[in-house]
Write a protein that binds this ligand. Structure first.
Ligand SMILES: Cc1cc2nc3c(=O)[nH]c(=O)nc-3n(C[C@H](O)[C@H](O)[C@H](O)COP(=O)(O)OP(=O)(O)OC[C@H]3O[C@@H](n4cnc5c(N)ncnc54)[C@H](O)[C@@H]3O)c2cc1C
Ligand code: SF4
Length: 276
């Protein structure tokens, strides 16, 4: 395999301090390497050093979505977010950590158009085809965050443990700006090791897709209740998992994606009713 035209070295990690690009299931990274969007000299297979156990509220970042979807220790919102993601084959290979770090599905970005997220001056989606793009925080980059699992973890108020620090999952993400086009706060060499997941009173995940199975969220709604208070986080509606602090009516849809506002309104109402 080659990355960026030069020979690509593959190593196995012997500790959590790694020099190179982490590789877990490869379901996201390998296609990005093949298309030249990600360039790397060294891939480090981290499967031997990233925990994969599920122990009550502590989940190894190496656990697969398939493990999570059927483990009764896992809160409903996270189990359902995993069950509704991708296909059974992909869920068997896809790690929790890799899922949280997946890149946007924006077709301009995946086709390597020189857009703002690639460091350019323009967001082609804003004027172009944006049916599946963001309805919140879409002024600079209108990409829609694709992770069902991230929305569930933010709704649960989960905390990440990396080889360097602990941080709320919500703080893993940032909106890209002209000064910094990054969408995560992870530093080079930083490995996600585990996630601490509080147990909610009740929780639910609802998802609207183009088809019934094997599709990214047009809108995903994660809802979790703690001490009588419900936290709602949306997938597929903003460049980051979107904590709904006000109302869905605060959305700023683009000309061809206002339909997502209607879907979000309906799913949020259903999610609130489901855990009331
Ligand atoms: C066709 C298709 C459909 C999909 N549908 C959905 C969907 O509906 N919903 C959804 O949420 N997801 C969906 N996904 C995303 C899928 O769940 C992710 O591709 C998968 O979880 C990534 O995990 P991985 O182990 O394969 O990661 P890899 O491809 O190995 O890595 C992904 C990224 O994470 C980094 N990385 C991996 N592990 C770590 C770690 N422990 N610490 C730091 N960095 C790390 C890698 O360097 C890379 O940048 C879909 C993917 C595909 C291909
Ligand atoms: S939405 Fe973001 S990723 Fe897509 S073209 Fe615009 S700047 Fe690029």
């Amino acid at each position: 395999m080659r990355g960026g035209g030069s020979a690509l070295e593959l190593r196995r990690a012997s500790s959590t301090e790694i020099a190179g690009t982490p590789l877990h299931g490869g379901t996201e990274l390998v296609p990005l390497l093949r298309s030249g969007i990600v360039q790397a000299d060294t891939l480090v297979d981290v499967r031997g050093v990233v925990p994969c156990e599920i122990d009550a509220g502590r989940i190894g970042a190496g656990a697969t979505l398939a493990q999570l979807e059927c483990d009764p220790q896992v809160p409903d919102v996270l189990r359902e977010a995993c069950r509704l993601a991708a296909s059974p084959q992909l869920r068997n290979a896809s790690s929790l950590g890799g899922n949280l770090l997946q890149s946007t599905r924006c077709w301009y970005w995946r086709l390597k158009w020189p857009c703002r997220l690639h460091g350019g001056d323009e967001c082609f989606a804003l004027e172009g085809e944006h049916r599946e793009h963001a309805i919140f925080a879409n002024g600079f980059c209108a990409s829609a965050h694709p992770s069902d699992i991230a929305a569930a973890l933010v709704a649960l108020g989960a905390t990440l443990r990396t080889n360097r620090r602990e941080l709320p999952v919500s703080e893993l993400y940032r909106l890209p700006t002209a000064d910094d086009r990054g969408t995560t706060t992870l530093e080079p060499g930083e490995l996600i090791l585990e996630v601490d997941v509080p147990a909610p009173e009740r929780s639910v995940y609802l998802k609207a897709m183009e088809r019934k199975r094997w599709a990214f969220p047009l809108v995903g709604v994660a809802a979790a209740r703690f001490d009588g208070e419900t936290r709602i986080v949306l997938a597929g509606v903003a460049p980051v998992p979107w904590l709904l602090e006000g109302s869905v009516d605060d959305a700023t849809p683009l000309p061809r994606n206002a339909y997502k506002v209607e879907i979000a309104r309906a799913l949020v109402a259903r999610a609130r009713a489901a855990i009331a």
